[in-house]
Ligand binder design. Structure first.
Ligand code: NAD
Length: 273
């Protein structure tokens, strides 16, 4: 389908707004899953050192026949590696079998460890070397972002955070917008679970003639979020990218807006890990 891209605060770098996430995709299934996603039209893959599947992701990207510049690849620095970010980055590149990534993220701030400023300074060097076309963070709070911006040179391009209709993150989204940081939603479908069968969504799904997953993804896109839904089921992989030919009206956007409960699925960034 037709894929919308957003401009990062890094000169000229664009990110496809909808990507494919591979958290919990087993190492031996990752290559096939990513190949299916690329065939379905995804041009943005979100992995992490911690997911243990960078090899499979890299194999699929390299075997796809797509020019490298047509696929946006993100990976992440794991928590125990904040003090050795450049070495950890090299290890990720080796596992991916690529000479650069498009986006490199600090996976969690781990405030108790207090090394994310040091890690960010290493990421700035990686960015300046051109080995990551953009750098960003994940699971950063307003406090952690503010400290990073005060103590380092480069503003993160993106903050990848848990965000779905039950956890809408309005404060962080406003902070990002005020500072030129893109919001990227992880677990954009609330991991499937209760969200996709919530009666409030069923009603909208019937009204729009789209699945609950498609309604939620469309809501995310219209908010301006980057989204990285995960599925290993080919039919769902296709369903999740088939969201560029309809628009939710203001009323529908507001109905989903009213579903916010401030309810996390994942860990609290202030205490993890
Ligand atoms: P998600 O919200 O994408 O939900 C995935 C689950 O929803 C699937 O396993 C499946 O059970 C269900 N699902 C998917 N498509 C569906 C459909 N069309 N219909 C019905 N059910 C469907 O959750 P996620 O995998 O946790 O998050 C997506 C991606 O975000 C991850 O793969 C990863 O790349 C990223 N992520 C990042 C962090 C972080 O700390 N930065 C944390 C979690 C996830």
């Amino acid at each position: 389908g037709c894929m919308n891209s957003l401009l990062l605060n890094t000169d000229g770098v664009q990110i496809p707004q909808l990507g494919y996430g591979v958290f919990q995709v087993p190492a031996d299934e990752a290559e096939q899953a990513v190949a299916t996603a690329l065939q379905a039209g995804y041009r943005h893959i979100d992995t992490a050192a911690a997911y243990g599947n960078e090899e499979g992701v890299g194999r699929a990207v390299r075997a796809s026949g797509l020019p490298r510049e047509k696929v946006f690849v993100t990976t992440k620095l794991w928590n125990g590696d904040h003090g050795r970010a450049e070495a950890a980055f090299d290890e990720s590149l080796t596992r991916l079998g690529l000479d650069h990534v498009d986006l490199y993220l600090i996976h969690w701030p781990v405030p108790r460890q207090d090394k994310y400023v040091e890690a960010w300074k290493a990421m700035e060097r990686i960015y300046r070397d051109g080995r990551a076309k953009a750098i960003g963070v994940s699971n950063f709070t307003v406090g952690a972002l503010t400290r990073l911006m005060e103590e380092t040179d480069i503003t993160p391009a993106i903050n990848q955070i848990e965000l779905h209709p039950y956890l809408q993150q309005r404060e962080l989204r406003a902070f990002h917008e005020a500072n030129g940081i893109l919001t990227e939603a992880w677990s954009p479908l609330g991991q499937g679970k209760g969200l996709l069968t919530d009666p409030a969504l069923t009603v909208l799904s019937e009204k729009c003639g789209r699945t609950p997953a498609q309604i939620v993804l469309r809501w995310q896109l219209q908010l301006g979020n980057v989204v990285i839904p995960k599925s290993v089921t080919p039919a769902r992989i296709k369903e999740n990218i088939d969201v560029f030919d309809f628009i939710l009206d203001t009323e529908t956007m507001a109905a989903i807006g009213a579903m916010n409960r401030g309810q996390r699925i994942g860990p609290d960034p202030d205490t993890f890990n």
